[in-house]
Design a protein around this ligand. Structure first.
Ligand SMILES: Cc1cc2nc3c(=O)[nH]c(=O)nc-3n(C[C@H](O)[C@H](O)[C@H](O)COP(=O)(O)OP(=O)(O)OC[C@H]3O[C@@H](n4cnc5c(N)ncnc54)[C@H](O)[C@@H]3O)c2cc1C
Length: 299
């Protein structure tokens, strides 16, 4: 990261939120359900499918966890009503796992019920390594009941390959990402090329065991290797989908995937808690942080 961008990032918390929003808005589909649903409609028209996420995590009260759950229920209804091609991704801690397992389970049951009623799907996002066991257990419990549900595995964790190999591959459906949380070296691989090696090892295992995978990455070099693997194993295009975050530049790869007949799912986050998420996105793309500062001083 250049010195200029490092300085830009350290300035960020001092900037007015309205200014940060001008740059952050490329990564979030607004702050209301209406703006999010309209963004999904636009993406569907362009040939993308979507997974929708209400921004927020680590909910501290039962009241808020219930409110978030009600918002998800309403979204499933709206998605169904507007015939959108969109499922839901949610974070366990957003619907109450930090408060109690009981509150989380009650809320998850409500989400699953409406998802089943509207013929949809729930993806449980993976949070930090503190939540890995809990999330896998929760996913398996619901999967075993026959619900249409998936989770996420992170290629940077040492444990992930074994976690997946120990599961029953039948009807398994996971998103594979590198992992975004800060973890210590005993828990995660830190070398970027070794993370990619592990990503490809897990992906090979998934393809060889006919597991449906959401290939979630913006790393073009990794994508090139993924394509080689798909070619080598002659994987049918209905056994995977590509997944990207809303607004992240893909240098033509999304269109290339659509043109090749592959499914591309855009992860669309929205909501009033846009600030923390956007700062994280901006840190991953510090050029944009640099623009913000330049804009500020050139006005
Ligand atoms: C659909 C989707 C869902 C995800 N769900 C989870 C989850 O449940 N749990 C979890 O831990 N992580 C999740 N992640 C995040 C993931 O773990 C990575 O941290 C993130 O995608 C960056 O890794 P990368 O594979 O894109 O490769 P990198 O090598 O980190 O990035 C490749 C290139 O893309 C650019 N880039 C990457 N991300 C961004 C960004 N956000 N903004 C701007 N530029 C960017 C970088 O500048 C870099 O040039 C998800 C990612 C995606 C795409």
């Amino acid at each position: 990261m250049s010195m200029m961008n490092k300085i830009a990032l350290s300035f960020m918390p001092l900037l007015p939120k309205s200014l940060v929003y001008q740059f952050a808005k490329r990564y979030v589909a607004g702050t209301t359900k209406e703006t999010a649903l309209n963004a999904i409609e636009d993406l569907n028209k362009k040939g993308f499918v979507v997974t929708l996420d209400i921004l927020g995590e680590h909910t501290q009260t039962r009241h808020i966890a219930t409110e978030v759950t009600s918002d998800y229920i309403d979204l499933y209804k709206q998605i169904h009503k507007r015939k959108l091609n969109c499922n839901i991704s949610l974070k366990p801690s957003h619907i109450g796992s930090d408060i109690s397992e009981e509150i989380y389970n009650d809320n998850l049951q409500k989400v699953i019920k409406i998802s089943e009623e509207t013929d949809n799907f729930v993806r449980i996002d993976m949070e930090s390594s503190k939540a890995t066991d809990f999330t896998i257990k929760s996913f398996i419990n619901e999967k075993n009941k026959g619900f249409n549900i998936g989770t996420v595995f992170q290629a940077y964790l040492h444990r992930t390959f074994d976690d997946i190999a120990n599961l029953d591959p039948r009807n398994l459906n996971f998103r594979l990402c590198k992992g975004i949380y800060k973890e210590s070296e005993d828990i995660c691989i830190t070398d970027r090329s070794k993370i990619n090696d592990n990503y490809l090892k897990i992906l090979r295992f998934a393809f060889e065991n006919d597991i449906y995978v959401g290939i979630a990455t913006h790393d073009i070099k990794l994508l090139e290797s993924v394509h080689e693997l798909i070619g080598e194993l002659k994987v049918d295009s209905d056994r995977f989908e590509f997944q990207v975050l809303y607004g992240v530049p893909m240098h033509g790869w999304n269109q290339k995937h659509l043109d090749s007949g592959y499914k591309v799912r855009v992860y669309v986050p929205f909501g009033k808690d846009w600030y923390k998420y956007s700062i994280r996105r901006l840190k991953e793309n510090p050029d944009i942080a640099g623009y913000i500062i330049k804009n500020l001083f050139s006005k």
